[in-house]
Write a protein that binds this ligand. Structure first.
Ligand SMILES: *Cc1c(COP(=O)(O)O)cnc(C)c1O
Length: 399
């Protein structure tokens, strides 16, 4: 190892002068114009822009219905509610996700059960799901980790056999395809998030897509306090002003301002995904040459929309652990991240009785992963900077 490289890391110039985040929105004049138009219109919320956005979303994913929400977590809460998750039921999900996937089960009084992941795809293992099903199991919440869809042939077969509802957490997978079918049209319900780091943004925002009319109606009711005005559903009817609150819902509505941003963003979604894929190819090509780094696997028939680019370190080829590599990349001004700390490691979940050791594949993976920056507003030079920084740090710490 040459002294010049050592110097570069410990005090020399970082590869980048400015910090590059791991994810960030793309906002252009069209987006700004779209939002201004809505601000100048009659409706800031519960107006026509929401309907337009929902229609566009349903068309894009190929589902009959789309119901927008204030954020992806509210969408998960709603989907779990209308799936009938409540006290006494278990729901199987993955620990390799953001806490919201499992929290949505707890919001409704259900019990999250963590299935282990497939060590190759990092997605929930259908065999592990199968082994955890019992008479209390009500639903499965698979997460399309980093944008690659789960093995839905097997998951659907399992759900049909035991009469379970599938709520697909596709917060990472807007625009992805599984065997030529767009994510959002495959599971009983699919949720997406429009947080700024995701594929397209509404500031905060989320949606549930479904083909089931009954789910659709209940989702609409859930996001407005459990209130309905639909005459066929009313128990009484006192007159034109009359409505009924029939269950405990929430105010989880998206505004028309957000929907206006969503409408102009969805026009660009194919371009956004194309750019993500191009950058992934650049990363894959460069990192294939490093035996210390494993690039993400992509199976035939699975078309990821690449929310995240996660490398797995070959720790037995390195002189240090993940933390040192992570900190070295930070010093190079690369906005690295870790997706995810297994959910059952969180103190709140530990307090509920979940223990380390229940999902060995996910736990082993957690020790080795680093998320690199990936977003459409990155330039090619940004990608080359990340590659250069990874090469520099990895070579420095290689055995
Ligand atoms: C982002 C995300 C969510 C939650 O979305 P919000 O819009 O931030 O509430 C849920 N699940 C996963 C896997 C996510 O990445």
């Amino acid at each position: 190892m040459s002294d010049s490289i050592k110097l570069a890391i410990h005090g020399g110039d970082p590869v980048r002068k400015t910090y590059l985040p791991y994810g960030k929105q793309w906002i252009d004049d069209e987006d700004i114009h779209s939002v201004i138009q809505t601000l100048q219109s009659d409706y800031l919320t519960t107006g026509p822009t929401i309907d337009q956005f929902e229609k566009r979303l349903a068309d894009y994913v190929g589902a009959k219905y789309a119901v927008s929400f204030a954020n992806g977590t509210a969408a998960l809460h709603a989907a779990s509610f209308v799936a009938g998750i409540e006290k006494g039921y278990e729901v199987i999900t993955t620990p390799m996700t953001f806490a919201a996937s499992a929290n949505s089960i707890l919001y409704n009084g259900g019990k999250p059960v963590f299935a282990d992941i497939d060590p190759k795809t990092y997605n929930i293992s259908p065999e592990s799901v199968q082994s955890l099903i019992n008479e209390k199991t009500k639903a499965i919440i698979p997460v399309d980790f980093t944008g690659q869809p789960c093995d839905y042939d097997q998951i659907i077969r399992c759900a049909e056999e035991y009469g379970l509802t599938i709520i697909e957490d596709a917060a990472h997978a807007f625009g992805a395809k599984y065997q030529e079918k767009r994510v959002g049209s495959i599971s009983d319900m699919t949720i997406f998030s429009f947080h700024p780091v995701k594929h397209m943004t509404t500031g905060e925002g989320g949606v549930v897509t479904t083909n089931e009319q009954e789910f659709y109606k209940q989702l609409i009711q859930f996001r407005t306090h459990g209130i309905t005005r639909e005459s066929s559903k009313l128990l009484e009817n006192h007159g034109p002003w009359y409505y009924e609150m029939q269950f405990l819902g929430y105010n989880y509505r998206m505004t028309d301002i957000q929907a206006a941003l969503g409408l102009s963003q969805i026009n660009k979604i194919d371009y956004f995904i194309e750019r993500r894929k191009k950058y992934v190819n650049m990363y894959n090509e460069a990192f294939q040459l490093l035996r210390e780094v494993e690039t993400p696997s992509q199976l035939p028939g699975y078309d990821s929309s690449w929310h995240l680019y996660v490398i797995r370190l070959n720790l037995n080829q390195l002189t240090v652990d993940r933390k040192v590599i992570f900190e070295a990349l930070q010093k190079e001004n690369i906005g690295v991240n870790v997706h995810y700390i297994p959910v059952h490691y969180q103190p709140f979940y530990r307090g509920l009785g979940y223990e380390k050791g229940i999902c060995p594949n996910a736990e082993q993976l957690y020790e080795k992963i680093i998320t690199l920056p990936l977003f459409p507003a990155m330039s090619e030079q940004d990608v080359l900077d990340v590659i250069k920084a990874v090469q520099k740090v990895i070579k420095y710490y290689a055995k």
